[in-house]
Design a protein around this ligand. Structure first.
Ligand code: OSB
Ligand code: MG
Length: 374
């Protein structure tokens, strides 16, 4: 394929309710979407990519302005150079961008748009590309930090009524044991897990071990991104299985985490690890070690949600992901919405990786666009 033009749109979508984690409160999702124009065998094709980055570098080191800068200054010019020598393929993008350190969410969005264009041109769905045979995936929901325990219980009940099969509670110091106990007492049998987004230190080990009393499926990323060894230490000091999110930025990091005993479970977020192809490698490594994985999210629009739903159909994804219906975050998605049916989302089978956005809704949500010719 030859890329001819990329439009980098920044969208702003209101959230149905504020989403609070240990690191921030979001009332809107400001998200970068790539519209990539390419030629495949003389035919024009458009590929879509969605970037996981947030407006501020508070989940990881990436942020929207940085993504726009690195993509327009380095990533796209490097691909322009590469395609002067040989046609691009999705599978070669990571290689061409290797000289740039980190910036995995920016790279992931570019690779996603190229893979989407490639699959679209071939008439192949992402699920078929991956060899996924299931037709649906179980849907979990990530619940932000609430103002009070009664409010949390009401929120949880609402999602259970909608059919979500697993509840994840965001926790932070001061909002951890009490909310978990309250939810567990109200719902003795639901699959329940917690996510701290790196809000604790190893000094909190005894406190966090109190979670062991509430039959929690896993604790996600209690310690800082760099603290792989401390996670291994904490894993020995509590019974609740240790799950890593932020720390696992690549397949080699997944291998380190498994070898060190820092992760019994891995949250795979394609954007965090540099794309869907690296995400698949992590799935394969984890599966070979008997480590369960599940698909995390970054409040994706329908563009990225479609891709996540297909990825989560791979056999090693044995735990429900943070792949909820579109209306969990958005009153109106920019694509046809994903809906939950009996607790599951259907895996898309249309050609491509992404779900194509509606032109009018995309335009209405756009607050800025950068254009790059290659
Ligand atoms: O840690 O999983 C996380 C959202 C933004 C940043 C980090 C995380 C999250 C979520 C939401 O938990 C997952 C979703 O998209 O449903
Ligand atoms: Mg997380």
């Amino acid at each position: 394929m030859k890329i001819t033009h990329v439009a980098l749109r920044t969208l702003e979508l209101p959230l149905v309710a504020p989403f609070t984690t240990s690191f921030s409160t979001q009332t809107h999702r400001r998200v970068i979407v790539l519209e990539l124009h390419a030629e495949v065998d003389g035919v024009e094709v458009i590929g879509w990519g969605e970037c996981g980055a947030l407006p501020e570098p508070v989940y990881n080191e990436e942020y929207n302005a940085g993504v726009l800068d690195v993509t327009t200054t380095y990533l796209l010019p490097m691909l322009a150079e590469a395609q002067r020598k040989a046609p691009l393929t999705a599978e070669s993008i990571a290689h061409h961008l290797e000289r740039i350190v980190g910036n995995r969410m920016a790279k992931a969005a570019v690779e996603m748009a190229v893979l989407d264009a490639q699959l679209r041109a071939a008439g192949t769905s992402f699920a078929d590309y991956l060899g996924v045979t299931k037709d649906r995936v179980p849907s979990g929901v990530s619940i932000g930090i609430q103002n009070s325990v009664p409010q949390l219980l009401e929120t949880v009940q609402g999602y259970l009524d909608e059919g979500y099969v697993r509840i994840k509670l965001k926790i932070k110091p001061g909002w951890d044991i009490d909310p978990v106990r309250a939810v567990r007492e109200a719902h003795p049998d639901i699959p329940l897990q917690v996510d701290a987004n790196a809000a604790y230190t190893l000094v909190d080990a005894n406190h966090l071990a109190k979670l062991d009393a509430y039959d929690v499926l896993l604790i996600e990323q209690p310690l800082a991104e760099d603290d792989m060894r401390q996670h291994a230490e904490l894993a020995k000091r509590m019974r609740t299985p240790m799950c890593l999110d932020e720390s696992v930025v690549s397949a080699p990091k997944a291998a380190d985490a498994i070898a060190m005993g820092a992760a019994q479970i891995i949250n795979i977020k394609p954007s965090r690890v540099g794309g869907y192809l690296e995400a698949r490698r992590i799935h394969d490594i984890a599966s070979a070690h008997g480590i369960a994985v599940w698909c995390g999210g970054m409040l994706e629009t329908g563009i990225g949600r479609a891709a996540n739903a297909a990825l989560a159909g791979m056999p090693g994804f044995t735990l429900p992901g943070d792949i909820s219906a579109s209306d969990r975050f958005y009153a109106e998605d920019i694509t046809d919405p994903f809906v939950i049916e009996d607790g599951y989302l259907a895996i898309p089978r249309e050609p491509g990786l992404a779900r194509v956005p509606d032109a009018g809704r995309l335009e209405a949500a756009t607050v800025g666009t950068l254009h790059v010719d290659l």
